[in-house]
Design a protein around this ligand. Structure first.
Ligand code: PGA
Length: 259
């Protein structure tokens, strides 16, 4: 792991929350709390409707913009879907792919996730690929196998050097439950993910940034982002208030200085 020059990243997944007005108010309040000098990348992923106005507001701020999903086709007759080039035009650099809420609540398959991931990479976006096991899978001792299978399925046919790829380990049982994974378990899974990435992608696998997600808060974030194996966090509920997100970023900056 040594020698990896990695900037930690905090990605805020707002899910189906915030109007345009609320998103803009958040941006103004957060800007007042965030110096931008701490070396941590911050990506805000609002709902589609707020992407463009928020992107305009964030210009020159140093904050990055991400979408929560995309469609795999380039363009055309796909009612209700949003294309990668539209996300780019709206100002997004990142896009979440294969979030467990899409996999489990909306029936997104491994094949769908693969197509979306490939489209995102093709169009120059930074995909944040989400993987993670359910509680029965963890209790059945299958967590590693499930996560590795999700990675293999998503990266099948992937271009050999996915320099822009990020992977978020998000155990499904930890998302929105207040029951965050033990940092030691998250570290173990990060190592499992890294090993699988290196076997799938060769040396390029070492460059992929691996994040933890699932009930991250200001109080527990440093336990994850402070370790060298973890390159950041994907934060849902605790990213909805500017003070809370700013505290998460600050704790990550401090944890980085301490290691
Ligand atoms: P949570 O969500 O932080 O609210 O658990 C994380 C996520 O779904 O990415």
């Amino acid at each position: 792991m040594s020698g990896r020059a990695v900037r930690k990243i905090i990605a805020a997944n707002w899910k189906m929350n915030k109007t345009v007005a609320e998103a803009l108010a958040f941006a103004d309040e957060f800007a007042a709390l965030w110096s931008g000098q701490g070396g941590v990348e911050v990506v805000i992923c609002p709902p589609f409707t707020a992407l463009y106005p928020l992107g305009q507001r964030l210009q020159g701020s140093g904050l990055l913009l991400g979408a929560q999903d995309l469609f795999w086709e380039e363009r055309g007759a796909f009612t209700g879907e949003v294309a990668a080039f539209m996300l780019r035009e709206a100002g997004a650099s990142h896009v979440i792919v294969g979030h467990s809420e899409r996999r489990h609540l909306l029936g997104e398959s491994d094949a769908d996730v693969r197509r979306k991931l490939q489209r995102a990479l093709q169009e120059g976006l930074y995909p944040i690929l989400c993987v993670g096991e359910t509680l029965p899978q963890r209790e059945g001792g299958e967590a590693e196998a499930v996560v590795c299978a999700q990675l293999r399925a998503a990266l099948q046919g992937c271009p050999p050097s996915p320099a822009r790829l990020l992977v978020a380990y998000e155990p499904v049982w930890a998302i929105g439950t207040g029951r965050n994974a033990e940092p030691a378990d998250a570290r173990h899974m990060a190592l499992v993910i890294r090993r699988e990435l290196e076997s799938l992608l060769g040396r390029a696998g070492a460059e992929v940034r691996v994040l933890y997600g699932g009930s991250v808060t200001p109080d527990n974030v440093a336990g994850y982002t402070g370790m060298v194996e973890m390159d950041g966090a994907l934060v849902g509920g605790a990213s909805l208030r500017p003070e809370s997100l700013a505290a998460i970023v600050r704790r990550t900056e401090e944890a980085g200085h301490a290691t």
